[in-house]
Design a binder for this molecule. Structure first.
Ligand code: APR
Length: 317
């Protein structure tokens, strides 16, 4: 619509609060609905004092979920429990799978045409979960369901620009695959502006990008995982979705239903997004032999994470 509504589910959390702030700052959002199990009235009162157009509303607990979602053009989901040291994103599965299932079910029923941007980890599994829920609700067009992998791109751009002394504002790095460990595949052969790396630099940068989330988990020493950089990445993703809704062709990396890699149903590559969601999957582009080997290495793990998500819904039907 001309007055876009964004619903933020998990609005009181470590990601939710700074993401809410960045969305409130976005002058193109007309309505910002904050939903969480706790704390939403306070966050909403606080944000509503900012002198930008978005009308902020608070919705607390399952009884108020439908009112948060009604008329939403974009639903952003950071609800869930974060990682602690020693945990992988997959360790979050049992709690977060149920949360995403219930929120996706409500979105499928209340705002089936809204774009769904999923931040809740493990994204490699939570996106398939949301898609299975939509299918169960007779929604076969899954082009509006996105896993937010923008933080991998943000990190890759920051680390590459720092390492090579580039202007970070002008550095772009595509990141493909999934959103956990070895499934994160930065394409350093496709960095713009084009730049030469030694094999050692490529290996070190790739591993740092893959382990960047864990770097934050360790540094936070039990207090959780990335929140501020994730909020920035989420806000950037939503901004691109808003532009797509306005009719612009937007290209960005996202983990979506995709058949670019044989044998797996979900994969992130640059995709073109329009008013109805994913319009074109650009594919991986030409890969170096190192990148090709990373893709091959990611397939078994991605496949297992996807199957785990799909089974979670089929067994719990
Ligand atoms: N519905 C709505 N909100 C929920 C639900 C639910 N069913 N369950 C939990 N929440 C809320 C919590 O009340 C809390 O406000 O989600 C928020 C999560 O915030 P944090 O615990 O601070 O976690 P955060 O660091 O924001 O990470 C959340 O994002 O990147 C992922 O791995 C991360 O999956 C984790 C999620």
């Amino acid at each position: 619509s001309n007055a876009p509504k964004v619903a933020l589910l998990g609005a009181s959390g470590g990601i939710g609060q700074p993401l809410g702030l960045l969305l409130k700052k976005n002058p193109n959002i007309a309505k910002l609905a904050l939903y969480d199990l706790v704390g939403t009235p306070g966050v909403a009162a606080d944000l509503s004092h900012i002198d930008t157009p978005a009308q902020v509303s608070a919705h607390t607990g399952p009884a108020e979920l439908v009112s948060a979602l009604e008329g939403a053009d974009i639903v952003v989901i950071p609800a869930g429990v974060p990682r602690k040291p020693g945990m992988t994103r997959d360790d979050l599965f049992n709690t977060n799978a149920g949360i995403v299932r219930d929120l996706a079910e409500a979105a499928a029923k209340t705002c089936p045409k809204a774009f769904l941007a999923i931040i809740t980890n493990p994204v490699n599994s939570t996106v398939p979960i949301a898609c299975e829920v939509y299918k169960n609700n007779d929604i076969t067009d899954l082009k509006r369901i996105f896993g937010v992998t923008t933080l991998d791109v943000v990190r890759a751009q920051a680390f590459v620009a720092e390492k090579k002394g580039l202007d970070v504002n002008k550095t772009t790095v595509p990141v493909i695959g999934g959103h956990a460990g070895v499934t994160i595949i930065p394409l350093l052969s496709q960095v713009k502006p084009s730049v030469k790396f030694t094999d050692e630099e490529i290996k070190a940068l790739t591993e740092r990008i893959q382990e960047a989330g864990t770097e934050v988990v360790k540094a936070k020493a039990g207090a959780g995982s990335a929140t501020l950089s994730m909020a920035l990445a989420g806000a950037r993703f939503v901004e691109n979705l808003l532009n797509a809704l306005k009719g612009q062709k937007v290209v960005q990396c996202s983990y979506v239903k995709s058949d670019v890699i044989k044998g797996i149903d979900y994969f992130s590559t640059p995709i073109e997004i329009g008013q109805n969601g994913v319009e074109k999957i650009h594919g991986t582009g030409p890969l170096s032999s190192y990148e090709q080997s990373l893709v091959e290495k990611s397939v078994p793990e991605l496949k297992a994470s996807i199957e785990k998500g799909v089974k979670f819904i089929r067994v719990h039907d």
